[in-house]
Write a protein of this length. Structure first.
Length: 692
């Protein structure tokens, strides 16, 4: 039997150590977001696993220890650790988190001093993401911790700035959740940014303690924006240039924005990893005079590149996507100095691991997924795609390299885009070919044109033209692609399994193009057959599915039943069904029925619906629709409690949008309550009962 020495045990984890840590770490984060386990139990389990790891590690020096056993224990440790760490990173579990007093009769009851750390401009509000510094409780000021989203109306004669400090009285609200399956869930999105309360500021009770003056970075950002506005006077093109060069999101032409979104090119409108990558490539060329292979010259070159990248990051507003990208390139360049042959995928996994240590729930962020997905695509697929075209013409080779970078990134992220935005950009490959070289020209053109403008050199105004015309032509071409047949394919709803299979198909397809191997082709064909089979199964299940949806989102009561390819609205104050739910199952408006009359009924197979009840296989399901409604004496029935508040005479408060079964029911009392077994009790503001 082979002896596993201390050295050999480490070699088993040496090639991709961060990747092997990242996999269980990601699983733990996903589990922590889905289920609840007491932190004390998790802490004990993590401690026991850590002791086991240490014992295995030390024991490997003196005995035969299986590296497989070591790997299993390490996998479980990182899984449990990430589960526990995700729980501890929730600000609501901090001992000094601010107290929340719910308002009565609309009167604000929370008095805070806050500082804004991030600002977003919306149509009607300034969204001020703030940190609560101090809370006034019983006439006592106490330092506290916690985040709060303050929405300040634009009608207020005040334009907030980052780092502003406010004092005010606030009515705290829980953010709106999803009104139905597949709808946007604002509450979950904010939760993953560690924000659990919002407030709509009453400006009469808001006092600005400190209005921060623009710092030197913000001042330069304003100067650069003014320079871009003067160089590009076209109202359609200027917002695109401002967004791409300095990260300012101006109001764009709506039709042009739809064209970018539908064709899969919307990512070029914000400063992200692609822009940082282009900048890094330009800097590599500029600092190419460091020809020496000495360590000192490499260090000087790397420091210069990193300094410029981070100044550019701060100058463009230091938004989360560009900070992630800058951090990623910092890791790559640092690793290149330490170990020149380090595996890129291991560096990428290490960067992701460090960022997820800082904020575990960032893994659910679309920008995080797109950033790391694009980088993984470049490292996995770029070289095979680049080798498809071989020419002695250096200009063509450079253009093809740019195209290969775009294609390799797009082939990895288009399933992610489909999963989140439910559309497939059929011409994503074409817009990738278009946007990559134009982005390069726009960035270089901006680096030339803006200094010429700021230095007031009229004789060099012709240097504006590359920037002006590259932005104009890119907009024109993207708008033209949008008008092509199948320019936008909507109604595509891949799930996690579909997206994973599509990514594997992309990798196998590129590999087959490169090696033309029969083995690779067989794997590709098998994966394609698997994908088609999964799609057919999903379509078959979707068409036969019967389920009940109940929601009381924003005090709008709705209750409807999906019976195969028909939607029956049973209760609600609106005839509108959430658009995403109907689109997911491709249900036409002619197949949406409303049951509102006293004699209206719907009967099909085991299902019978009336305005008062839903009967499935002789099992009645009734609901409490108003706070004044009382329970009927019908034992062994399923009950849906829909109003915001409902109490019986025993003063038992029932959570809204919840399903219970009852036994021995008397008027206004419940003897036995337990959850209905077929209900999906996720962290949602709706109930989803699967019948078939």
């Amino acid at each position: 039997m082979r002896e596993h020495t201390h050295t050999k045990l480490r070699i088993a984890w040496a090639k991709y150590p961060f990747f092997k840590i990242l996999l269980p770490y990601l699983i733990g984060i996903v589990l922590a977001d889905s289920i609840f386990i007491q932190e004390k139990i998790l802490g004990v389990i993590a401690f026991c696993l850590l002791i086991s790891l240490i014992a295995l590690h030390l024991g490997s020096r003196h005995s035969q220890v299986s590296s497989f056993a070591f790997g299993i224990v390490a996998f479980l440790f990182w899984l449990v650790f990430s589960f526990l760490w995700t729980y501890l990173r929730d600000e609501r579990n901090l001992p000094r988190h601010y107290n929340v007093h719910l308002s009565t009769k609309g009167k604000p009851s929370n008095e805070f001093i806050t500082r804004t750390y991030y600002l977003e401009e919306k149509d009607r509000y300034w969204d001020c993401y703030s940190q609560v510094l101090t809370q006034m409780d019983s006439n006592n000021l106490q330092p506290v911790l916690g985040n709060l989203l303050i929405r300040i109306p634009k009608s207020y004669s005040y334009i907030p700035m980052s780092r502003d400090i406010y004092q005010g009285k606030f009515s705290l609200l829980v953010p709106d959740g999803a009104a139905a399956p597949y709808e946007f869930d604002w509450k979950v999105m904010l939760h993953r940014r560690n924000i659990h309360w919002i407030t709509y500021a009453d400006t009469s009770l808001l006092k600005v303690i400190r209005h921060a003056e623009p710092d030197w970075l913000e001042t330069w950002r304003i100067k650069l924006d003014n320079a871009i506005r003067n160089i590009i006077t076209n109202a359609r093109d200027y917002p695109v240039a401002s967004a791409m060069l300095i990260g300012l999101r101006k109001k764009m032409d709506p039709e042009l924005y739809r064209a970018y979104s539908a064709t899969g090119a919307v990512h070029v409108l914000s400063v992200s990893g692609m822009h940082v990558g282009i900048l890094a490539g330009i800097l590599e060329l500029i600092f190419g005079f460091f020809k020496s292979k000495s360590r000192t010259s490499r260090i000087i070159k790397s420091i210069l590149i990193l300094c410029i990248i981070w100044v550019y990051t701060l100058l463009t507003g230091a938004s989360p996507p560009i900070v992630r990208s800058a951090f990623m390139f910092t890791s790559f360049i640092s690793a290149r100095l330490i170990q020149r042959d380090a595996a890129p995928m291991n560096i990428l996994a290490g960067t992701a691991f460090i960022l997820l240590i800082i904020n575990p729930l960032d893994v659910f962020n679309i920008g995080f997924q797109l950033s790391f997905g694009a980088m993984a695509g470049i490292y996995l697929l770029y070289e095979p795609i680049r080798q498809l075209v071989s020419t002695s013409n250096s200009a063509i080779q450079i253009i093809w390299k740019i195209i290969a970078v775009s294609l390799s990134a797009q082939l990895m992220i288009y399933p992610v885009v489909g999963y989140h935005f439910h559309q497939f950009a059929f011409y994503f490959w074409l817009t990738g070919i278009i946007s990559s070289p134009f982005s390069f020209i726009i960035l270089v053109g901006g680096m030339v044109a803006i200094p010429v403008f700021l230095l007031h050199i009229p004789i060099l105004h012709f240097l504006y033209y590359p920037l002006i015309y590259s932005v104009r032509w890119m907009n024109d071409i993207i708008a033209w692609v949008y008008t092509l047949p199948m320019g936008q394919v909507s109604g595509w709803w891949p799930d996690v399994l579909d997206s994973g299979i599509l990514i594997i198909i992309s990798i196998l397809f590129v590999q087959w193009l490169m090696d033309k191997s029969n083995t690779t082709f067989r794997y590709l064909l098998m994966t394609l057959i698997l994908f088609v089979t999964v799609m057919i199964i999903h379509e078959y299940r979707d068409q036969r599915k019967i389920e009940i949806i109940a929601t009381n989102n924003r005090n709008h009561l709705k209750l409807w039943v999906k019976h195969q390819m028909t939607l029956i609205q049973v209760a609600g104050d609106s005839t509108l069904i959430e658009s995403n739910y109907a689109a997911k199952y491709n249900i036409q408006s002619t197949h949406i029925i409303r049951i509102d009359g006293a004699n209206d009924t719907y009967k099909s197979g085991p299902l019978k619906i009336s305005p008062k009840s839903i009967i499935i296989d002789s099992t009645p399901i009734t609901w409490i629709a108003k706070s004044s409604d009382t329970l009927q004496n019908k034992p062994n029935q399923a009950l849906l409690f829909l109003p915001k508040y409902w109490r019986n005479k025993a003063n038992k408060k029932i959570r809204p949008v919840t399903v219970y079964t009852t036994s021995g029911v008397e008027h206004n009392s419940i003897d036995t309550i337990f959850p209905y077994s077929k209900v999906n009790f996720s962290k949602k503001d709706f109930v989803q009962i699967s019948i078939q």
